[in-house]
Write a protein that binds this ligand. Structure first.
Ligand code: 4AD
Ligand code: MG
Length: 460
C-alpha cells in the first residue's frame, strides 16, 4: 500500500480504507482506552488526528508516545465527529519508528524567534517555520515559472570569481594557500602559488556572467547564492543570501523597471493564490495587516521617481530623520521606509542616481552626472531590488573604469563584449530573502532562510 502525504489526505473528498501515513507526533492525549495523536509530516501546516484504541496490538506502547516521536500508521480515513477537522484516521496499526525523550525542546508551547534561532536544526519542525520554508519553496518555483513563461533561459553563474562586480570590496576570499606559511613577494602575498594562480573570492553577484550570456541567449536569469562580507548586523542583511538576477538584451532602463514591477507583483499574487493556508498563519500571528499590504502590492502602480525628486521630497517633508539626506548620499533605510510607508504608501522605484554612489557598469546618462540605475523599494523592507541599464559603449565604459581605478586586466572579457555586437541591455537583482520578508511579514531576515550566516555566527 502506497504511503500518503497528509496534505493529500486532508483534501480527500471521500472516506478511504487502507490508508498509510508516516510522520511525527505533535501531541498525544490518552483517556479511557483511547489515544488521540496529532500527526504532522511536513507536507502542510495541518496535522491529521489519529485515533487508536485497544484493537491496536501494541496499544500499551501507544499510550507512552511522546511529542516529537516518529510513527508509521495504517488505518481508515473517516469523517471526524470532532470540531475543527473534516477527517480523522482510525488506526489499525501504529508502528513506533522512534521515541523522542522528554528533553525534546519543542513541547507544545510558543517559543520566541530568538530562542528558535538557537535551535536552528529543529525550528523547521514548528508550525511557523514549516510555513516559511514551504512558502520559500513555492516562490522559488514561481520565479522559474515567471521567466520560463516569458522565454528567459536559466543560467548558472560561477560562485568562485576573480572579479568584484559591485566594486564594494566586501568579499569573502577563497584560498587554498597554507595560512601558516603564506608565500610572499615584496612583502605581499604571492597568489601565483594559490589554486587559481590569482586572488579569488566568493561572488557578490552573478551579473557580469549573466550579461555575457544575455548577449548570446537574449533574455536570461540566474538564481543562486551570493556572499557579502559587509559587517552590518541588521535585520535585513545576511552574509549568504540568494539573488534572482534577470538580464535582458535590447532592453533599456524603462523596460527593466517594468519587468521588475511585473515580477514582484507576480510572485506576490502567486503566494496569495498558492500558499493560502501557510499565509493565513502569518496574517493571524505575525502581521494582521499582511494581506492588505500584499493586495496593495498587486493592485497599485509602482511610483517611479528620479533620485533628485526623492531627495527633494525627503528634504522638504519637515520630518526629522536620524541621518540627514543630501544630494549625493545613499538613501538610508529610514528614508526608504518613509517614502513607501508614509509618503506614497506603496512601492516606489527610484532611478537616475548620482554616478558617485553606484558601480562602474551602470550606463552614464546624458547629464554626465547620473547613471541609469534603479532601486525598487517596498513598505517595511526598503530596498528589494537593485538594477540598471548597463554601459554598452566601449569608450565610456573604459574611461569609467579608469576613473574608478579598476584593474582592467581582470575585466578584459567584459570590455571585449562591448567590442563585438554590443547592444543596450539591462537587468536587476532581487534579494530573495527580502522578498520572503515582504510576503510573510517576518521582520528579521534570519527567520526566512533555514541556516542564516551573519557576522560572528555560523552554527548549523
Ligand atoms: O543592489 P545590489 O547590490 O545589486 C546587485 O548586486 C546587482 N549586481 C544586481 C543586478 O543588477 N544584477 O543587490 C541586489 C539585491 C538588493 O536590492 C537586496 O534585495 C539584496 O540583493 N541584498 C541583500 N539581501 C540580503 N543580505 C544582504 N547582505 C544583501 N545585499 C543585497
Ligand atoms: Mg543596491
Amino acid at each position: 500500500m502506497k504511503r500518503k502525504k497528509i496534505i493529500h489526505i486532508l483534501n480527500s473528498e471521500t472516506p478511504w480504507d487502507n490508508i498509510h501515513i508516516k510522520g511525527w507526533v505533535r501531541t498525544r492525549r490518552s483517556s479511557k482506552g483511547f489515544s488521540f495523536l496529532e500527526v504532522n509530516d511536513g507536507s502542510c501546516l495541518k496535522n491529521v488526528q489519529v485515533v487508536a484504541d485497544h484493537s491496536v496490538p501494541n496499544y500499551n506502547d501507544v499510550e507512552k508516545i511522546t511529542t516529537g516521536s516518529a510513527v508509521s500508521i495504517f488505518g481508515r480515513l473517516v469523517a471526524s465527529p470532532g470540531k475543527g477537522q473534516k477527517w480523522e484516521i482510525h488506526a489499525e496499526t501504529v508502528d513506533i519508528i522512534s521515541i523522542a525523550p522528554e528533553s525534546y525542546p519543542l513541547q507544545k508551547k510558543r517559543h520566541s524567534d530568538e530562542y528558535l534561532r538557537t535551535i536552528g536544526h529543529l525550528r523547521p519542525r514548528t508550525n511557523k517555520y514549516g510555513s516559511v520554508f514551504r512558502i520559500r519553496s513555492e516562490i522559488s518555483f514561481a520565479a522559474h515559472q515567471f521567466f520560463r513563461d516569458r522565454g528567459f533561459r536559466y543560467i548558472h553563474s560561477p560562485i568562485i570569481t576573480g572579479s568584484d562586480c559591485e566594486g564594494a570590496g566586501e568579499m569573502f576570499r577563497v584560498t587554498a594557500l597554507d595560512l601558516e606559511n603564506i608565500p610572499k613577494k615584496n612583502g605581499k602575498t604571492d597568489f601565483i602559488h594559490d589554486f587559481f594562480g590569482k586572488e579569488v573570492n566568493l561572488t557578490v553577484s552573478g551579473q557580469l556572467s549573466a550579461e555575457m550570456m544575455a548577449l548570446a541567449l537574449g533574455d536570461v536569469y540566474t538564481f543562486g547564492p551570493t556572499f557579502r562580507a559587509e559587517n552590518s548586523n541588521t535585520a535585513r542583511h545576511v552574509a549568504e543570501f540568494w539573488m534572482i538576477e534577470p538580464e535582458m538584451a535590447f532592453c533599456d532602463l524603462e523596460g527593466d523597471m517594468a519587468i521588475a514591477e511585473e515580477f514582484v507583483k507576480y510572485l506576490t499574487a502567486f503566494a496569495m493564490d498558492n500558499c493560502r493556508e501557510d499565509l493565513a498563519l502569518f496574517s493571524t500571528f505575525v502581521d494582521k495587516t499582511l494581506l492588505a499590504t500584499l493586495d496593495t502590492i498587486i493592485s497599485s502602480d509602482f511610483l517611479k521617481l528620479p533620485y533628485q525628486e526623492a531627495v527633494d521630497i525627503l528634504k522638504n517633508t519637515g520630518k526629522k530623520f536620524e541621518y540627514e539626506i543630501n544630494y549625493g548620499n545613499d538613501l538610508q533605510s529610514e528614508h526608504e521606509r518613509y517614502l513607501t510607508e508614509e509618503y506614497f504608501k506603496k512601492p516606489v522605484i527610484i532611478f537616475n542616481y548620482p554616478k558617485e554612489i553606484k558601480p562602474f557598469y551602470m550606463r552614464m546618462n546624458n547629464d554626465s552626472k547620473t547613471v541609469a540605475a534603479m532601486d525598487l523599494l517596498v513598505p517595511r523592507i526598503g530596498e528589494l531590488v537593485g538594477g540598471s541599464q548597463r554601459e554598452e559603449r566601449y569608450d565610456v565604459l573604459e574611461s569609467r573604469m579608469d576613473e574608478l581605478g579598476i584593474a582592467k586586466e581582470n575585466y578584459w572579457w567584459y570590455l571585449d563584449s562591448r567590442r563585438f555586437g554590443t547592444v543596450p541591455h539591462s537587468g536587476f537583482g532581487l534579494g530573495f530573502e527580502r522578498l520572503l520578508m515582504l510576503i510573510t511579514g517576518i521582520t528579521n531576515i534570519r527567520d526566512v532562510i533555514p541556516f542564516p550566516r551573519v557576522p560572528g555566527q555560523i552554527e548549523f
